[in-house]
Design a binder for this molecule. Structure first.
Ligand code: ZN
Length: 309
Protein backbone atom coordinates (compact mmCIF):
# COMPACT_ATOMS: atom_id res chain seq x y z
CA UNK A 1 0.00 0.00 0.00
CA UNK A 2 1.42 3.36 -0.94
CA UNK A 3 -0.45 5.86 1.13
CA UNK A 4 0.86 9.38 1.21
CA UNK A 5 0.81 11.05 4.59
CA UNK A 6 2.07 14.41 3.53
CA UNK A 7 -0.19 16.91 5.18
CA UNK A 8 -0.94 17.87 8.72
CA UNK A 9 -4.34 19.01 9.74
CA UNK A 10 -5.94 19.93 13.02
CA UNK A 11 -2.79 21.04 14.78
CA UNK A 12 -4.59 24.18 15.90
CA UNK A 13 -3.98 24.13 19.65
CA UNK A 14 -7.62 25.08 20.20
CA UNK A 15 -8.65 21.75 18.70
CA UNK A 16 -8.47 18.97 21.22
CA UNK A 17 -7.22 19.43 24.75
CA UNK A 18 -3.80 17.89 24.36
CA UNK A 19 -3.54 18.25 20.58
CA UNK A 20 -3.13 15.50 18.03
CA UNK A 21 -2.28 15.80 14.39
CA UNK A 22 -4.62 14.27 11.88
CA UNK A 23 -3.22 13.10 8.59
CA UNK A 24 -5.01 13.39 5.30
CA UNK A 25 -4.35 10.12 3.52
CA UNK A 26 -3.85 11.27 -0.03
CA UNK A 27 -3.02 7.71 -1.05
CA UNK A 28 -6.60 6.59 -0.48
CA UNK A 29 -8.72 9.26 -2.13
CA UNK A 30 -12.18 8.42 -3.43
CA UNK A 31 -13.75 10.23 -6.36
CA UNK A 32 -17.50 10.66 -5.74
CA UNK A 33 -18.29 12.22 -9.10
CA UNK A 34 -20.49 10.78 -11.79
CA UNK A 35 -19.15 12.11 -15.08
CA UNK A 36 -21.06 13.84 -17.82
CA UNK A 37 -20.98 11.57 -20.86
CA UNK A 38 -21.94 12.96 -24.24
CA UNK A 39 -24.02 11.18 -26.81
CA UNK A 40 -26.26 9.18 -24.49
CA UNK A 41 -29.93 8.89 -25.43
CA UNK A 42 -31.12 10.58 -22.26
CA UNK A 43 -29.95 12.61 -19.29
CA UNK A 44 -29.82 11.25 -15.78
CA UNK A 45 -32.79 13.14 -14.31
CA UNK A 46 -35.87 15.30 -14.70
CA UNK A 47 -36.41 14.21 -18.32
CA UNK A 48 -34.06 17.02 -19.33
CA UNK A 49 -32.16 16.91 -22.61
CA UNK A 50 -29.10 14.69 -22.81
CA UNK A 51 -25.68 16.30 -23.02
CA UNK A 52 -24.44 16.65 -26.57
CA UNK A 53 -21.16 17.50 -28.17
CA UNK A 54 -20.38 18.56 -31.73
CA UNK A 55 -17.12 19.29 -33.51
CA UNK A 56 -16.57 22.93 -34.41
CA UNK A 57 -16.58 23.50 -38.16
CA UNK A 58 -15.23 26.76 -39.54
CA UNK A 59 -14.14 27.08 -43.14
CA UNK A 60 -11.81 24.19 -43.84
CA UNK A 61 -11.34 23.45 -40.15
CA UNK A 62 -13.11 20.61 -38.44
CA UNK A 63 -12.51 20.03 -34.76
CA UNK A 64 -12.30 16.27 -34.97
CA UNK A 65 -9.01 14.47 -35.55
CA UNK A 66 -10.91 11.39 -36.75
CA UNK A 67 -12.26 13.50 -39.58
CA UNK A 68 -8.89 14.95 -40.55
CA UNK A 69 -8.88 17.91 -38.21
CA UNK A 70 -5.61 19.10 -36.68
CA UNK A 71 -7.09 18.83 -33.19
CA UNK A 72 -10.27 18.05 -31.35
CA UNK A 73 -12.40 21.11 -30.60
CA UNK A 74 -16.01 20.66 -29.69
CA UNK A 75 -18.98 22.68 -28.57
CA UNK A 76 -20.74 21.11 -25.60
CA UNK A 77 -24.38 21.46 -24.75
CA UNK A 78 -25.23 20.35 -21.26
CA UNK A 79 -27.62 20.80 -18.36
CA UNK A 80 -25.63 20.49 -15.15
CA UNK A 81 -28.67 19.62 -13.02
CA UNK A 82 -29.37 16.50 -15.04
CA UNK A 83 -26.20 15.28 -16.70
CA UNK A 84 -23.91 14.34 -13.85
CA UNK A 85 -22.45 15.44 -10.55
CA UNK A 86 -22.97 19.15 -10.09
CA UNK A 87 -22.89 21.75 -7.36
CA UNK A 88 -25.35 24.58 -6.90
CA UNK A 89 -25.59 27.55 -4.57
CA UNK A 90 -28.36 29.88 -3.40
CA UNK A 91 -28.36 31.40 -6.89
CA UNK A 92 -30.25 28.29 -7.99
CA UNK A 93 -33.31 29.86 -6.34
CA UNK A 94 -32.92 33.61 -6.66
CA UNK A 95 -33.55 36.17 -9.35
CA UNK A 96 -30.14 37.54 -8.51
CA UNK A 97 -27.96 35.43 -10.76
CA UNK A 98 -25.24 34.78 -8.22
CA UNK A 99 -22.98 32.09 -9.59
CA UNK A 100 -22.13 29.04 -7.54
CA UNK A 101 -18.84 29.25 -5.68
CA UNK A 102 -17.11 26.75 -3.46
CA UNK A 103 -15.90 28.98 -0.67
CA UNK A 104 -13.22 26.66 0.66
CA UNK A 105 -10.80 24.46 -1.28
CA UNK A 106 -10.82 21.77 1.37
CA UNK A 107 -12.96 21.08 4.41
CA UNK A 108 -13.80 18.30 6.82
CA UNK A 109 -16.74 16.22 5.64
CA UNK A 110 -18.83 13.60 7.39
CA UNK A 111 -20.00 10.68 5.27
CA UNK A 112 -23.15 8.91 6.45
CA UNK A 113 -25.37 6.25 4.98
CA UNK A 114 -29.12 6.58 5.31
CA UNK A 115 -31.74 4.15 4.08
CA UNK A 116 -34.71 6.21 2.86
CA UNK A 117 -38.00 5.46 4.60
CA UNK A 118 -41.59 5.76 3.41
CA UNK A 119 -42.92 9.23 4.10
CA UNK A 120 -45.94 7.69 5.79
CA UNK A 121 -43.66 6.16 8.43
CA UNK A 122 -41.98 9.41 9.50
CA UNK A 123 -43.26 12.45 11.34
CA UNK A 124 -41.55 15.12 9.24
CA UNK A 125 -42.95 18.24 7.69
CA UNK A 126 -43.38 18.14 3.93
CA UNK A 127 -44.64 20.75 1.51
CA UNK A 128 -46.06 20.59 -1.96
CA UNK A 129 -46.75 17.37 -3.80
CA UNK A 130 -46.09 14.19 -1.90
CA UNK A 131 -47.36 10.68 -1.43
CA UNK A 132 -47.22 8.53 1.66
CA UNK A 133 -45.16 5.91 -0.15
CA UNK A 134 -42.50 8.42 -1.24
CA UNK A 135 -39.10 7.35 0.08
CA UNK A 136 -37.47 10.10 2.12
CA UNK A 137 -34.37 10.91 4.12
CA UNK A 138 -36.00 12.09 7.32
CA UNK A 139 -34.93 14.18 10.26
CA UNK A 140 -34.50 11.36 12.78
CA UNK A 141 -32.60 9.12 10.37
CA UNK A 142 -30.16 11.84 9.41
CA UNK A 143 -29.57 12.95 13.02
CA UNK A 144 -29.00 9.37 14.13
CA UNK A 145 -26.62 8.73 11.24
CA UNK A 146 -24.63 11.88 12.02
CA UNK A 147 -24.37 11.10 15.72
CA UNK A 148 -23.38 7.47 15.15
CA UNK A 149 -20.71 8.36 12.59
CA UNK A 150 -19.17 11.04 14.79
CA UNK A 151 -19.19 8.85 17.88
CA UNK A 152 -17.50 6.01 16.01
CA UNK A 153 -14.79 8.29 14.67
CA UNK A 154 -11.34 8.18 16.23
CA UNK A 155 -10.35 11.52 14.72
CA UNK A 156 -13.47 13.55 15.58
CA UNK A 157 -12.14 14.77 18.96
CA UNK A 158 -9.16 16.36 17.21
CA UNK A 159 -10.96 18.15 14.42
CA UNK A 160 -13.20 21.14 14.06
CA UNK A 161 -16.84 20.32 13.35
CA UNK A 162 -17.31 18.99 9.82
CA UNK A 163 -18.42 21.59 7.29
CA UNK A 164 -19.82 19.15 4.75
CA UNK A 165 -22.28 16.29 5.02
CA UNK A 166 -22.24 13.52 2.44
CA UNK A 167 -25.36 11.37 2.41
CA UNK A 168 -25.23 8.04 0.60
CA UNK A 169 -28.61 6.39 0.16
CA UNK A 170 -27.85 3.60 -2.28
CA UNK A 171 -25.31 1.44 -4.05
CA UNK A 172 -22.62 3.48 -5.74
CA UNK A 173 -22.55 1.22 -8.78
CA UNK A 174 -26.29 1.58 -9.22
CA UNK A 175 -26.13 5.33 -8.74
CA UNK A 176 -23.56 5.67 -11.52
CA UNK A 177 -25.87 3.90 -13.94
CA UNK A 178 -29.17 5.29 -12.73
CA UNK A 179 -31.65 7.14 -14.87
CA UNK A 180 -33.96 8.85 -12.40
CA UNK A 181 -36.42 10.54 -14.75
CA UNK A 182 -40.00 9.66 -13.88
CA UNK A 183 -38.86 7.37 -11.06
CA UNK A 184 -39.82 9.65 -8.14
CA UNK A 185 -36.45 9.05 -6.44
CA UNK A 186 -35.97 9.54 -2.69
CA UNK A 187 -35.59 13.08 -1.38
CA UNK A 188 -34.96 14.97 1.85
CA UNK A 189 -37.75 16.21 4.05
CA UNK A 190 -37.76 19.87 5.01
CA UNK A 191 -37.10 18.88 8.61
CA UNK A 192 -34.02 16.92 7.56
CA UNK A 193 -32.74 19.87 5.54
CA UNK A 194 -33.24 22.21 8.49
CA UNK A 195 -31.53 19.79 10.87
CA UNK A 196 -28.50 19.58 8.58
CA UNK A 197 -28.29 23.36 8.29
CA UNK A 198 -28.74 23.90 12.02
CA UNK A 199 -25.92 21.48 12.76
CA UNK A 200 -23.65 23.88 10.93
CA UNK A 201 -23.10 22.02 7.67
CA UNK A 202 -22.37 24.44 4.85
CA UNK A 203 -22.08 21.86 2.09
CA UNK A 204 -24.49 19.01 1.47
CA UNK A 205 -23.76 16.21 -1.00
CA UNK A 206 -26.25 13.53 -1.98
CA UNK A 207 -26.34 10.55 -4.33
CA UNK A 208 -29.77 11.63 -5.56
CA UNK A 209 -30.72 13.92 -8.44
CA UNK A 210 -32.13 16.46 -6.00
CA UNK A 211 -32.60 17.01 -2.30
CA UNK A 212 -36.22 17.75 -3.25
CA UNK A 213 -38.93 15.57 -4.69
CA UNK A 214 -38.73 15.11 -8.45
CA UNK A 215 -41.98 17.07 -8.65
CA UNK A 216 -42.83 18.90 -5.44
CA UNK A 217 -44.99 21.41 -7.25
CA UNK A 218 -42.13 23.83 -7.77
CA UNK A 219 -41.50 24.67 -4.13
CA UNK A 220 -37.99 23.19 -3.85
CA UNK A 221 -38.77 23.19 -0.17
CA UNK A 222 -35.68 21.36 1.06
CA UNK A 223 -33.40 23.53 -1.08
CA UNK A 224 -35.05 26.64 0.36
CA UNK A 225 -34.73 25.33 3.89
CA UNK A 226 -31.05 24.49 3.54
CA UNK A 227 -30.07 27.64 1.66
CA UNK A 228 -32.39 29.82 3.78
CA UNK A 229 -33.93 31.26 0.65
CA UNK A 230 -37.67 31.73 1.07
CA UNK A 231 -39.79 32.23 -2.00
CA UNK A 232 -39.24 35.75 -3.30
CA UNK A 233 -35.87 36.34 -1.66
CA UNK A 234 -33.59 38.21 -4.01
CA UNK A 235 -36.33 38.84 -6.52
CA UNK A 236 -35.03 42.38 -6.54
CA UNK A 237 -32.39 43.16 -3.96
CA UNK A 238 -32.73 46.91 -4.59
CA UNK A 239 -36.42 47.13 -3.88
CA UNK A 240 -36.93 44.27 -1.48
CA UNK A 241 -39.23 45.35 1.33
CA UNK A 242 -39.04 42.24 3.43
CA UNK A 243 -38.69 43.35 7.02
CA UNK A 244 -37.91 39.93 8.44
CA UNK A 245 -34.32 40.37 9.55
CA UNK A 246 -33.71 36.66 9.23
CA UNK A 247 -34.34 36.66 5.56
CA UNK A 248 -33.90 40.24 4.50
CA UNK A 249 -31.76 40.64 1.46
CA UNK A 250 -29.40 43.02 3.20
CA UNK A 251 -28.11 39.72 4.52
CA UNK A 252 -27.17 37.69 1.50
CA UNK A 253 -27.66 33.94 1.77
CA UNK A 254 -24.59 32.24 3.18
CA UNK A 255 -22.42 30.54 0.56
CA UNK A 256 -23.81 27.09 1.20
CA UNK A 257 -23.68 24.51 -1.56
CA UNK A 258 -25.67 21.46 -2.54
CA UNK A 259 -24.03 18.79 -4.67
CA UNK A 260 -26.25 16.23 -6.34
CA UNK A 261 -25.87 13.09 -8.43
CA UNK A 262 -22.79 11.83 -6.65
CA UNK A 263 -22.07 8.11 -6.20
CA UNK A 264 -20.53 6.53 -3.12
CA UNK A 265 -19.21 3.04 -3.64
CA UNK A 266 -20.30 0.44 -1.14
CA UNK A 267 -16.85 -0.10 0.34
CA UNK A 268 -16.41 3.53 1.39
CA UNK A 269 -16.75 3.64 5.16
CA UNK A 270 -18.86 6.18 7.00
CA UNK A 271 -16.89 8.73 8.98
CA UNK A 272 -14.80 11.84 8.59
CA UNK A 273 -12.88 12.77 5.48
CA UNK A 274 -11.12 15.69 3.92
CA UNK A 275 -13.33 16.90 1.09
CA UNK A 276 -11.87 18.54 -1.98
CA UNK A 277 -14.86 19.82 -3.91
CA UNK A 278 -13.85 21.32 -7.21
CA UNK A 279 -16.58 23.16 -9.07
CA UNK A 280 -16.05 24.01 -12.72
CA UNK A 281 -15.46 27.77 -13.00
CA UNK A 282 -18.63 28.54 -14.89
CA UNK A 283 -20.66 31.63 -13.98
CA UNK A 284 -23.97 29.89 -13.43
CA UNK A 285 -26.34 28.78 -10.68
CA UNK A 286 -24.86 25.30 -10.94
CA UNK A 287 -21.80 23.77 -12.52
CA UNK A 288 -20.36 20.30 -13.00
CA UNK A 289 -18.23 19.35 -10.03
CA UNK A 290 -15.87 16.73 -8.74
CA UNK A 291 -15.97 15.89 -5.04
CA UNK A 292 -12.97 13.88 -3.93
CA UNK A 293 -12.60 12.65 -0.37
CA UNK A 294 -9.50 11.48 1.47
CA UNK A 295 -9.54 9.53 4.75
CA UNK A 296 -8.44 11.27 7.93
CA UNK A 297 -6.32 9.30 10.35
CA UNK A 298 -4.73 10.09 13.68
CA UNK A 299 -1.12 10.86 13.07
CA UNK A 300 1.45 8.75 14.89
CA UNK A 301 3.48 11.93 15.27
CA UNK A 302 2.96 13.89 18.47
CA UNK A 303 2.78 17.65 18.24
CA UNK A 304 5.94 19.30 19.45
CA UNK A 305 4.84 22.28 21.48
CA UNK A 306 5.71 25.48 19.73
CA UNK A 307 7.07 23.70 16.69
CA UNK A 308 6.57 25.50 13.42
CA UNK A 309 3.96 23.84 11.29
ZN1 ZN B 1 -29.31 20.48 -9.09
Amino acid sequence: MSAIHGLRFGSDPTVGSDGRDVDIDLGATVDLSVPIVFGKPDSRAFSLPAATSAAVEAGSFVGDVRRGGSCNCETHHLTPHADGTHTEGPGHLTAARSPVRMSEPMCVALLVRVTPRPLGDVADDVSGNHRHDDLVVDDVSVRDAIDAAVQASTVAPWLPAPRALIIATGSGAARRQARFSGQNPPYLTVDAAIAIRERGFMHLLVDLPSIDREDDGGLLAAHRAFFEVPIGLGADTATDTDTDTDTDTDTQPLPRTVTELIAVDDDVAVGLYALFLQVAPIEADAAPSRPVIAPLRLSPRPIAAGAPS
